[in-house]
Design a protein around this ligand. Structure first.
Ligand SMILES: *Cc1c(COP(=O)(O)O)cnc(C)c1O
Length: 408
């Protein structure tokens, strides 16, 4: 073995990115990080905190240059292998943020004049990307509702222009679920690239590539890293697609720093444990709140009463719906503010997917940019509270919310 093999510095072939045989996701999360090769026998891939590397190739020209902006640093490649294995993808590309993954993917796939189908409730950054920057570059978008179907989508198609059907696995903050199988079938029938932002479901709860999606995106800032201490994103799909996005990202420059890549890789090792706990914490807390006479409505697709319950059962592995849900109190905004002030464990903060429970009132945070009537049209009342549960003991979470509710 020469040095390059033992440091895993050679860019691994797509086949080597996949685990040799199919293990469970918990096992894959632990072992895939060292799949490209162990360095000096270390059980974790070290942080190659290096911007550049000695030039060894002569024939490959530019492709032989190893430079961290070009996403071929060994720490970046080890994380790419781990992510591809978890997603069951031919290839994956970690980048500096979820928005870097989303913008690099859309800029790779679209050109002036192109048109996109996108959910009406899409993540704020994605909405703004399409509504401002991409619009300036001549890309247009049509908004599809959570309960829409092929008939509505057909009416929005712009033949020869519509290129991408972009969806999210669960909407924020009402956790609605689109008919994802119908999205894939429609995209195939009309030659569209199907893209799903699966940040809320993780590879544990949803298997988008097995459903037939072409591209999976994540904000790895959330569940994948899992500790609210790093900003990162990922694109996964076919080698051809990922290579194309990588070429675009290499020009835009949002490569992931090796230290951030290391943190995501470390977080991923415990993904399976964390998500199982968050699935059950969120469902238990949602059931607890639904029993209170002070609570008007709970939005959680794991509840039998949810209009999205059937879809969740059909699409999500073991019915796991993730750690995010929302609810409304009977007494509206003032009661919601009192409840937030009464919480001792749960922290009032945006974001989700970390080990600690976070709560927000979307009308004042993620959806503050909408007018009250736009929020109402989207079903987001001013008193709505979003909960992103962590991995605390379930009994402690129920007690925290119980105490806060008693003070309302
Ligand atoms: C947070 C988030 C993003 C953006 O990710 P960043 O890492 O903050 O850039 C995109 N999509 C969803 C669903 C998110 O929750």
């Amino acid at each position: 073995m020469n040095d390059r093999d033992s440091t895993g510095c050679e860019e691994p072939a797509a086949a080597a990115l996949r685990p040799p045989r199919r293990h469970g996701l918990g096992t894959t999360a632990v072992h895939a990080a060292t799949a490209p090769g162990r360095v000096q026998g270390a059980c974790v891939t070290p942080i190659f905190q290096a911007a550049t590397f000695a030039f060894e190739g002569t024939e490959d020209g530019y492709h032989a240059v190893r430079y961290t902006r070009c996403n071929n640093n060994p720490t970046q490649l080890a994380l790419a292998a781990q992510l591809a294995a978890l997603e069951g993808a031919e290839a994956a590309l970690p980048l500096a943020s979820g928005m870097a993954a989303i913008s690099s993917t859309l800029l790779h796939l679209l050109e002036p004049g192109a048109h996109v189908l996108v959910p009406s409730s899409t993540y704020g950054g994605t909405h703004d990307l399409l509504a401002s920057l991409l619009r300036r570059w001549g890309v247009s978008a049509s908004a599809v509702g959570p309960d829409s179907g092929p008939r509505e989508w057909e009416a929005m198609l712009q033949p020869g222009k519509t290129r991408v059907f972009y969806v999210e696995a669960l909407s924020n903050p009402l956790v609605q679920i689109m008919d994802l199988r119908a999205v894939v079938a429609f995209a195939r029938r009309h030659g569209l690239v199907s893209i799903i932002d699966a940040t809320f479901t993780t590879p544990l709860n949803l298997r988008p590539l097995e459903l037939g999606f072409d591209v999976v995106l994540h904000s790895a800032t959330k569940y994948l890293s899992g500790h609210s201490d790093v900003i990162a994103g990922v694109v996964a799909g076919s080698s051809e697609l990922v290579e194309g996005v990588k070429a675009t990202a290499n020009l835009l420059g949002p490569s992931i720093d090796p230290h951030a890549a290391f943190l995501v890789s470390r977080g991923l090792r415990t993904l399976a444990l964390r998500v199982v706990r968050q699935n059950s914490n969120a469902l238990e807390l949602a059931r607890f709140l639904a029993r209170s006479p002070k609570v008007l409505r709970v939005h959680h697709p794991g509840l039998e009463a949810s209009p999205y319950h059937q879809r969740a059962q059909a699409l999500f592995a073991n019915g796991g719906c993730g750690g995010v849900f929302s609810f409304e109190l009977a007494d509206g905004v003032d009661a919601a503010e009192t409840l937030l002030k009464g919480l001792r464990l749960a922290l009032v903060a945006p974001s989700l997917g970390g080990v600690e429970t976070l709560v927000t009132r979307p009308a004042t945070t993620s959806h503050a940019g909408l007018s009250p009537s736009e929020r109402e049209a989207a079903g987001i009342s001013d008193g709505l509270i979003r909960v992103a549960v962590g991995i605390e003991d379930t009994a402690d979470l129920l007690a925290d919310f119980g105490t806060a509710l008693a003070g309302v």
